[in-house]
Design a protein around this ligand. Sequence first.
Ligand code: KG4
Ligand code: ZN
Length: 361
Amino acid sequence: MIVLGIESSCDETAAAIVNSEGKILANILRSQISDHQLYGGVVPEIAARSHLEHLDRIIFTAMEKADISFNQLGGIAATAGPGLIGAVMVGLMTGKAIAATFQKPLIALNHLEGHALSPRLTDKEVTFPYLLLLVSGGHCQLLIVNGVGKYERLGTTIDDAPGEAFDKVAKLLGLGYPGGPAIERAAILGNPKSFKLPTPLKGRKGCDFSFSGLKTAVYQLIQKIKVKTGELEEQHKFDIASSFQHAVCEVMINRTTHALDKYRKVCQIGGHLVVAGGVAANSELRKSLKGLAHESNIRLSIPHPSLCTDNGAMIAWAGIERLKLGLVDGYDFAPKARWPLDPKAGRPLGMGKPGKLGMKA
Ligand code: KG4
Ligand code: ZN
């Protein structure tokens, strides 16, 4: 079985062809970084228009690279949310059009499920149930993955996502966009112990996260240095990036340790700790989690950095996992801006009341 995966939930226009053995026959991606760089962040309207302009070409390139025709496809998987609604609509509608034209099954995929199942694409030993740390630009969750579509959320962020914090701190330091890789590069030249930054919720009970206080602390630190020295020197930037990255890793390790205790009640021996999402591309975080997995005697599986950040292969693979179970969707499936993996999970303590726009996914 061969599936075409289409991803357009944020600022990556992507299409991939994957077969049921997990072979990636093509994985084509166009990053919109240059379209948004001027604004220091993703502009939803520009993202949607850019997907519209490039998606057809990206899909045809993937089909050509895989050397197959649309008729040979077993199904079309397209991200149907959560994400920027205009951007999601472009990919989902394109997927529907191809599925309808060639009379193929459509899988309207939850983008987070794409990340959640991505480690099973490259590591065949990852079996259910596994513990998942999902860390991206819009999400931060610890979940037990009991099966396809079966997620139990143990913790989530009560405010910002870590990728968002990386992006904001990089902006404050003038390191450019996207922030994650920029902070990682700067951090190599800095000392992680230069500044003592807060590690929100570290040591507190539970598996929830918080990053807004850390972001504010970096802002205040920058102001303090500027008052003292007039400007932020390069070395200050490197040291702040390094200290910030260190604080994020400390929080991640602490919260994941708590989640491991809960996971051990479900899976006493063996099992896997799996990490996915854009922030999982961070090498310092990968190193810290390797240490934790070693100490906790659990196998760790983190996809290659190129499969951690948004891509079409993870969508195609999750489509295959769903197709194998006969889980397909109608052409009337509506795109969703918010779409939690575990709809039964309540609001975490400290998140505050929902605003006019409703709950966070
Ligand atoms: O999963 P992803 O590509 O998109 C979402 O679904 O959000 O994640 C994007 C996020 C961005 O915030 C980006 O700054 C962050 O992942 N990121 C990183 C790294 N590479 C990407 N954060 C830290 N270190 C990295 N190397
Ligand atoms: Zn993502």
